[in-house]
Design a protein around this ligand. Structure first.
Ligand code: NAP
Length: 281
């Protein structure tokens, strides 16, 4: 029978990390410092609603106060900017998260730019993005940071490894590449214009798929023994949550693999908690 990859469980790594965060929140509380996260959601995007609820629940579990601002779809950019200004000044709010995507009449970058970089727990503000480039971090973007935590937990050494990241978004692909580079990986970024993608992915010791297309990465694109990280959160034809990787066939070839659900997803929320505590510490 063909060897199966070891599963990198985001649930296991999250549970360990959340225990540690819980203790840090308790220590701060004992010193009279509460930790608070403001979560803003605009409109009725059902996926966003699920994410926001999960984030609030995770905050409660570790003792972080969450303040929710659920605004109607027709909220203007100026109204949203005024709320962010108020939260920037609030002593009870240590972290501000504005759930993306925003309705199309609001300029997302203008909103990101308005968040105080010291409260920017998503690490999307250009100030924090710049720090990621330099390799001197305060906040790390949650999804790539969660992936690095998982690699560390499973003792997967990045140093000198060929790392191929499929996807170059500002929230996943680009910062992921920077974090792998910081750990001395040899990093390549692929995207929709990459020629001969399969040739590139086949060279990867560590392959990160952040494409947003169900079952995009098939076994013939994966090197024997590779570590495969699946960032994708897609719905398949039956409406079931699935990743970018054909898990069933790739797990027979990989040495380690993250499942969807239960892989990168839980870690993303955990790193949001980490950033919120860090904002106070
Ligand atoms: P995105 O902004 O849509 O970026 C997708 C990237 O994939 C782009 O860079 C695009 O290239 C590339 N791409 C598209 N088709 C391709 C192809 N045929 N060959 C090679 N590259 C291709 O998406 P994202 O925000 O990075 O998210 C990616 C996925 O991760 C989504 O499923 C999202 O839901 C999921 N996600 C999960 C978490 C989590 O916590 N698990 C967090 C964030 C995102 P171009 O730049 O050339 O268009």
């Amino acid at each position: 029978m063909k060897r199966m990859a070891e599963i990198i469980s985001g649930k296991v790594v999250s549970a360990a990390k959340r225990e540690e965060i819980k203790k840090r929140v308790a220590t701060l509380k004992a010193k009279g410092k509460d930790v608070g996260l403001a979560v803003i959601i605009v409109g009725n995007n059902s996926a966003s609603r699920v994410y926001v609820n999960n984030k609030k629940k995770a905050c409660e579990e570790v003792g972080i106060k969450s303040f929710e601002y659920a605004l109607p779809e027709e909220t203007t950019q100026d109204e949203l900017l005024a709320l962010i200004e108020k939260l920037n000044k609030s002593g009870a709010v240590n972290g501000i998260l504005c759930q993306l995507p925003l309705p199309s009449h609001i300029d997302e970058q203008a909103i990101i730019n308005a968040i105080d970089p010291a409260k920017d727990v998503d690490a999307f503000h250009p100030f924090n993005v710049g720090h990621i480039m330099i390799g001197d971090y305060t906040f790390l973007p949650c999804t790539p940071a969660g992936i690095m935590e998982m690699l560390k937990y499973y003792n997967i050494d990045v140093k000198g490894k060929k790392c191929v990241v499929i996807g170059r978004s500002n929230i996943v692909g680009k910062p992921m590449s920077m974090l792998l580079l910081k750990e001395n990986g040899t990093v390549e970024i692929c995207h929709s214009r990459t020629e001969k993608l399969k040739e590139e992915t086949l060279s990867a010791d560590i392959l990160v798929a952040a494409v947003g297309k169900a079952y995009f990465v098939t076994a013939d694109m994966v090197k024997d023994g590779a570590v495969v990280i699946d960032v994708g959160m897609n719905r398949n034809e039956e409406g079931k949550l699935c990743g970018d990787v054909c898990f069933d066939e790739v797990e027979k070839k990989a040495s380690y693999i993250t499942p969807v659900p239960g892989g990168v997803g839980p870690m993303t929320i955990t790193m949001l908690l980490e950033n919120t505590v860090r904002a106070v510490e």
